[in-house]
Design a protein around this ligand. Sequence first.
Ligand SMILES: Nc1ncnc2c1ncn2[C@@H]1O[C@H](COP(=O)(O)OP(=O)(O)OP(=O)(O)O)[C@@H](O)[C@H]1O
Ligand SMILES: [Mg+2]
Length: 310
Amino acid sequence: MVDPLRFLEEQKIDPGLIKALRAFRDRYEVESKAQNRLASPMIPFYGKDILEMAIAGLLEGENLLLSGPKATGKNILAENLAYAFGRPVYNVSFHVNTNSADLIGTDTFIDNEVRLRQGSISLCARYGGFGILDEINMAKNDAVSVLHATLDFRRSIDVPGYDKIDLHPAARFIGTMNYGYAGTKELNEALVSRFLVIDMPPQTQETLYFIFEKLFPGLKEKALEQFIGVFLDLQMKSANGEISTKALDLRGLLAAVKIVQTGLAPAKAVRMGIVNKTFDIFEKEIVEDTVNTRIPEEWTREDVYEPDQQ
Ligand SMILES: Nc1ncnc2c1ncn2[C@@H]1O[C@H](COP(=O)(O)OP(=O)(O)OP(=O)(O)O)[C@@H](O)[C@H]1O
Ligand SMILES: [Mg+2]
């Protein structure tokens, strides 16, 4: 079995933190009912400083709020942290209609009795999970206020009409938020003060190389450079205010590179993954120009991928 902390050693994370993580993993077992929520992430998170800050906070019992633009790896980081700590994952996606019952549970009839059907947060509390509070700033603040006692030193959930549930000592919460998206709200101070906040850095040449090489080991060097170049060019244009962030879509670019494997022309794949993400014709033209200078129309799969080794 691969050592789940190897990706941390490879990035030369402080050995003291790694040692403390191993001790944490040994101290807290995972109950059999929660074993199916242990998951290994599809890609290791790359970023030494961010990992060290996050691990240090979590080891000391703190909760984290990851804030940053889209596709900066907020969810991937949260999954990697749960994996490194060896804890089951409970994901809760927040939206405008999220209410307190979704989070802590609702009354239901079981065998002619009213009983609590536990929500994800309650299950997370019980099994010592890592609760991922995804897009936490999409919810109304009053819905989230039921979590105040959960997230601070009280470490408990007060379910009206039931006993209070105390958090398992290994339970932690990681919120994610994207500042710019339509529909996001300001988080109130009371909530933010219950988290340590990590500001996710934008992608760099180095992080992009890591991501592309991990996900697509068969990419040709020349193509790799151009795909990364497209993203960095767009990131620069967006930072300068020439275009919005709509086409700055790493997830879309990765999907495009993936479907080239089927034989679709790279230019067409990138059109779907990147260019068509903006609906403004002027902006689209700028994005198209940027893409065309790097990904020639006539490229085929063979320009992008090494021939299959069989
Ligand atoms: N530092 C990183 N290390 C490894 N992978 C990364 C990193 N940053 C981004 N990625 C890649 O970007 C993709 C998107 O990451 P993720 O879904 O975690 O972003 P997000 O910040 O949650 O975005 P959104 O705000 O749109 O939800 C992942 O599939 C992963 O491949
Ligand atoms: Mg996300």
